[in-house]
Ligand binder design. Structure first.
Ligand code: SF4
Ligand code: SF4
Length: 284
């Protein structure tokens, strides 16, 4: 079972809820739950989970480089690359590593075997444990533009057979698609503001396109307006729980604690999610 916590926009409380959910689940089933921080551009689950025995390894992707003296400037690689990541000039080529999607296609189609793979380090993968919960996280290097391969790698690093809780990147672009790969359920964390509504709508559409069962949790539910509730009802997306804006939550978060003991509303939201996700068929 893989449960992904997503949101159309950042700052809705996705990490708050996903860490609280993973913590509560691991307290019930120690040793069987993994928390995967797939928000590799800004991973922050560790600030609340405080993993121990952390191991970190570098993560690299293969990009093409020119083999000296072989290129005759036919331009086939440039024409092939859908991402405009390789430029052919007379008898040499220039690769733009930040744009390269590491598909290897240009290497395969080069008639003169003038390109080969070279590994390029773009970030790191970390693993650790915290009170019966496995913690897996990726971190993209500053200045790198493409996080998708690292998102996929951190997902693949999760132990097989674990109940996996995925903290997705915000938004609805390629890194989110990668983070939702293999998800059985999606929890959309949102807030009752016009921005929240706009980006929630995109996230709902994304789940529909991918055919992923999804529910919503409304954070800071006592602020803003009723637009989000109406939109969820119109789109038949179950609103599982509402968490009010609480000082106790803000204080605990600022101290790096998961506020399960501070906020009955958060605790209830997590319990309802666990109950729902354990029920046969889960959310529709
Ligand atoms: S396809 Fe090969 S030979 Fe042609 S321009 Fe690219 S690297 Fe050079
Ligand atoms: S490996 Fe793929 S994405 Fe990268 S330059 Fe070659 S064709 Fe383009």
């Amino acid at each position: 079972m893989r449960v992904a916590f997503a949101s159309g926009k950042g700052g809705t409380g996705k990490t708050l809820l996903s860490t609280a959910f993973a913590r509560a689940l691991a307290d019930r089933e120690p040793g069987r739950v993994a928390y995967v921080d797939a928000d590799v551009e800004e991973p922050n689950g560790h600030l609340f989970l405080h993993p121990e025995k952390v191991t970190t390894t570098r993560f690299s992707v293969p990009i093409p480089v020119l083999v000296d003296g072989r290129c005759r400037g036919c331009g086939a690689c440039q024409r092939f690359c859908a991402w405009h990541a390789i430029i052919a000039l007379r008898n040499r080529v220039m690769v733009l590593p930040e744009l390269c999607h590491a598909c290897g296609g240009c290497i395969q189609i080069c008639p003169d075997r003038a390109l080969r793979e070279q590994m390029r380090s773009i970030g790191s993968l970390s693993f650790g444990t915290t009170g019966g919960l496995a913690w897996h996280s990726g971190r993209l290097d500053v200045g790198e533009a493409r996080s998708t391969p690292l998102v996929s790698a951190v997902l693949e690093s999760a132990p097989e057979g674990a109940l996996t809780v995925v903290d997705c990147p915000p938004g609805t672009s390629c890194p989110v698609l990668a983070a939702l790969e293999g998800a059985d359920r999606v929890v959309l964390v949102t807030e009752p503001t016009p921005f929240g509504l706009h980006d929630l709508d995109l996230a709902i559409r994304l789940c529909r396109v991918l055919g992923l069962p999804h529910v919503a949790v409304l954070n800071r539910a006592d602020l803003g307006d009723g637009g989000v509730r109406d939109h969820l009802a119109e789109n038949d997306v179950p609103l599982v729980a509402e968490i009010p804006f609480e000082r106790e939550i803000a204080v605990a978060v600022s101290e790096g604690r998961i506020p399960l003991a501070d906020s009955p509303a958060l605790k209830e939201a997590v319990e309802r999610l666990i109950e729902l996700l354990e029920s046969p068929g889960g959310p529709s």
